[in-house]
Each structure stands twice: as structure tokens, then as C-alpha cells.
Design a protein around this ligand. Structure first.
Ligand code: PLP
Length: 460
């Protein structure tokens, strides 16, 4: 990876405790952090990144199995992305959204062509949460209905409607900021709330539950159902057979729009442009962000069907953002499509998932009593930890913190000590490295996880 461009010049700073101290002090003093009690955090100062690795100021190297919030699909400092941004900055760094721009139009065209049959246009946003906000707003205006159904065990972002759509603890302290949101359960065979014994039964019962939710909430009041095609942060939950097609059928029956949130699962994470493409389903609106340009410049958006587009053909769309379709982000998005083709990213993700990660994790699950289940696809996997494999009692209680979370924190610390930065969520270690990872690095990371799980076994 020596051809990766070092723009940070931070190499000289390795071992430079003054530089490290200044970064840390400025952060502690002036940066207000997401999701945290400000007095209780002490973030690691990072000096530079390259490919699948990043380094702190002491020169400690980390293999990144989290892709920086499952975002950095093409890794740090990919020369193609850096070059595209540099070229665009030299040509036209910004232009407001009401004007036509070459890279914005080119990116919209490529996304439409690679998304779903009947896709017509793209509304660009600054990230994933606002993409979901706008998708919901479009669905409400299009249908003239107000309610939106969203699933438990989901994350849709932290702006007002997006955090209300979210079906996990991060919503709790925010209350109900959008009174039109109703939650329902999706399939999760390992911890089925429907007492299912097979994936097929789980599909059938989850769909019956959704039908009943629709009927009790009032079909004529429901604008949309939003779901992550493959649930990300809440456990890499793959739809059970026929589930997404069943949701589509219910949407058609009741005139409800289907919004696929592809913010985390999209752009190659599962080995497809969009995760829903592996299932028999066509959404009406698709939201994306993160992998569209690996987060080098903030960018997200909504892919819009012909029917929804037509609603706004003569009627003005009531919304917009200054940075919608920002040229630097769009240039990096166009480069992403080129790099995916040149480096065969989708094929290698499917291959690495099927040939390397899946078999190795299944083998790990057999050897470690603390592993309840492994599941996933592409380079998107979860290792769910248990205290008791028979009863499926979680290694730590749901939403545990402080001492209650100690066993899980010990496993995460063991990974970090061995040079792996894991994607730790709830009761799970999740495997989500940059999609450019070599087979050798992938195996090395899985070896570290394998070893760290001995710590979890100690709590069984
Ligand atoms: N939707 C999903 C599925 C996500 O995973 C995320 C972020 O992790 C979001 C939406 C929110 O995206 P952003 O943080 O860019 O607002």
C-alpha cells in the first residue's frame, strides 16, 4: 500500500508526545462529542491512516475492522478518491444546488442506474439521517398520510425524525420528536419474539405481526414502512427467506411506500451495490450515505422512484440543503464507482465473505462457548456473545454500561491490545473492515478476534 498518499505529514509526529498532548488537550477542551458524557471520554489521538490501518502518535498501529463507523469502504487515503477531490477542488470547490454541475449529475445518473428498476432521480443530502428525514417527508407528501412504521432494533440517524424512527436505546433520552412514528418487530430468529423454530416460521409470523400492526394503526394513515435492508449496528440481521418480498406485498396491498435504508449496508458492504438487491424486492425510496464516497466528504441522498418523482413534477418539493450534491463529495462518489469497477470490489467482497469470513466465524463459534451465533454476508458480520449458549443469556444485559458491561469491554480491550480496532455494538463484535482489505489482513484480524474471545470464554 506504499502508493497511498500521505497528506497528513504526521509520520514525523510518531513518538511526539507534545503533538499528542496538544491534540488531546484541544479535543478535551473544545470538542463536544456525540453520544457521550463530555467529562467521561478520552478519545485516542490519531496521527494518520493508510489503507486498512491507522496509527496513534506513539506509532501504535491498528487494523481497522470497523471502517470508522462502517463508512470507510475504500480505506484511508485511497489515491483515486484523494485525487478526485483534489482535482475537483482545483476546478470548482462548491456551487449551490439550484445550478447544474457535471459531477453531481454524473453521480446521480450512476446511482439511478445501479439501484432499482423504476428509479428515476436522486435528492442529495449531507449524510444518512437527513436522507431518511427527506425520504419520510417525500413519502408523506406523496401519499398525503402521516404515519411511518419503523422496526425495533434499527438505527436511522440522530436528527429529529431519524432518531424517532430509530428502534433502540439511543432514541430513549430524545423522546418522541415525530409523533407519526410507530415501531414493529422484524425477524431475528436467534432471539425470536414470535417463538419461531425455523427461519420460514419467523418470516410468516413477522409478516402476520406487521399486517396486524398496519390494520390496527389504520392502513389509510400510513405513508411508509422504513427498514434497513440488512440491519447494521443492531446486529447484522439478515432478512429471513421471503420477508422483504412479503413486506413489499403488504405495502402494495395498502398503498404504503417502502423505504430501504441502505446508509450502512449500501455501496458494496454486502457484495452488492445495495443490500436489497440480494433479495426479491423493489423499494420506492432508497437512502444512502457513508460508502457512496467512503465519507471523504459528507454526502448522502435518497433514490426516488418514477411515481414519487412525478408527484413533484409540477408541485414544488418543500425542502433543500445548501450543500446538496456538493461537488467535492460528488466527485469522490463518481470516483467510487470507477474504483469499484477497476478493483472488482463487489466480487471480492462476496468471495471473501463466502470463502474466508463465513467459514472461519462458524469454526470460531464451534470452539468458543461464549459465541452464541455468528451471522452475516459479504464483509458485514456479527459475533453475538452469550454467557450461556443453551439459554442464550447474553454475555452482558441489554444496554449494559459501567460494571455490567465489564466482560464485553474486556474482550474489546483484548482486541485493541493486539492491534485490532473492532466494531463493538451491544453484545456483539461486528466484522466490518474496509472492502479493500487483503486476505492476509482479514485472516490476521480474525485470528486476533479468535484469541480475544478466550477472554469472553472466561465469563461463561
Ligand atoms: N441509517 C443507518 C442504517 C445508519 O447505520 C446510520 C449511521 O450509522 C444512519 C442512518 C445515519 O447516518 P449519519 O450518521 O450519516 O446521519
Amino acid at each position: 500500500m506504499s502508493d497511498y498518499i500521505d497528506l497528513t505529514g504526521a509520520e514525523q509526529s510518531f513518538g511526539d508526545t507534545d503533538a499528542q498532548r496538544e491534540v488531546r488537550e484541544n479535543d478535551r477542551q473544545y470538542v463536544f462529542h456525540s453520544w457521550s458524557a463530555q467529562g467521561a471520554i478520552n478519545p485516542l489521538p490519531i496521527a494518520k491512516g493508510e489503507g486498512v490501518r491507522f496509527w496513534d502518535y506513539d506509532g501504535t498501529e491498528y487494523l481497522d475492522f470497523s471502517s470508522q463507523l462502517v463508512n470507510l469502504n475504500l480505506g484511508h487515503q485511497h489515491p483515486g478518491l484523494v485525487q478526485a477531490i483534489q482535482d475537483q477542488a482545483g476546478r470548482l470547490a462548491t456551487i449551490q444546488p439550484a445550478m447544474a454541475n457535471d459531477v453531481r449529475g454524473e453521480l446521480a445518473k450512476r446511482i439511478v442506474e445501479h439501484s432499482f428498476a423504476g428509479a428515476r432521480s436522486v435528492f442529495f443530502t449531507n449524510g444518512g439521517a437527513d436522507a431518511n428525514e427527506y425520504a419520510v417527508r417525500m413519502a408523506r407528501v406523496h401519499t398525503g398520510r402521516q404515519k411511518v412504521l419503523a422496526r425495533y432494533r434499527s438505527y436511522h440517524g440522530s436528527t429529529s425524525t431519524a432518531i424517532t424512527l430509530t428502534g433502540e436505546p439511543r432514541r430513549w433520552a430524545n423522546g418522541t420528536l415525530d409523533s407519526g412514528v410507530v415501531h414493529f418487530h422484524g425477524p431475528y430468529p436467534y432471539r425470536s419474539v414470535f417463538y419461531s423454530e425455523t427461519p420460514e416460521q419467523e418470516t410468516e409470523r413477522a409478516l402476520a405481526h406487521l399486517r396486524s400492526t398496519i390494520e390496527l394503526e389504520g392502513p389509510s394513515t400510513i405513508a411508509a414502512i422504513i427498514l434497513e435492508s440488512v440491519t447494521g449496528t443492531n446486529g447484522i440481521l439478515i432478512p429471513t427467506p421471503g420477508y422483504l418480498a412479503g413486506v413489499r406485498a403488504l405495502c402494495d396491498e395498502f398503498g404504503i411506500l417502502l423505504i430501504a435504508d441502505e446508509v450502512m449496508a449500501g455501496f458494496g458492504r454486502t457484495g452488492h451495490w445495495f443490500a436489497f438487491q440480494a433479495f426479491d424486492v423493489t423499494p420506492d425510496l432508497v437512502t444512502f450515505a457513508k460508502g457512496v464516497n467512503s465519507g471523504y466528504v459528507p454526502l448522502g441522498g435518497v433514490v426516488i422512484s418514477e411515481a414519487v418523482h412525478q408527484t413533484f413534477d409540477q408541485k414544488p418539493f418543500p425542502g433543500g440543503l445548501t450543500y446538496s450534491g456538493h461537488p467535492l463529495g460528488a466527485a469522490a462518489g463518481v470516483a467510487t464507482f470507477d474504483i469499484f469497477a477497476e478493483e472488482g470490489i463487489l466480487e471480492r467482497v462476496r468471495d471473501l465473505g463466502e470463502r474466508v469470513v463465513g467459514p472461519r466465524l462458524r469454526e470460531i463459534a464451534e470452539r468458543h462457548p461464549s459465541v452464541g451465533e455468528v451471522r452475516g454476508t459479504g464483509l458485514f458480520w456479527a459475533i453475538e456473545l452469550v454467557k450461556n449458549a443453551e439459554t442464550r443469556e447474553p454475555l452482558i444485559p441489554f444496554n449494559a454500561s459501567g460494571d455490567a458491561a465489564a466482560p464485553f469491554n474486556a474482550v474489546v480491550a483484548a482486541c485493541k491490545q493486539a492491534g485490532l480496532w473492532p466494531f463493538a455494538a451491544g453484545n456483539r463484535l461486528q466484522v466490518a473492515p474496509p472492502l479493500i482489505i487483503s486476505e492476509e489482513d482479514l485472516v490476521r484480524g480474525l485470528d486476533i478476534i479468535d484469541e480475544a474471545l478466550n477472554v469472553a470464554d472466561g465469563y461463561v
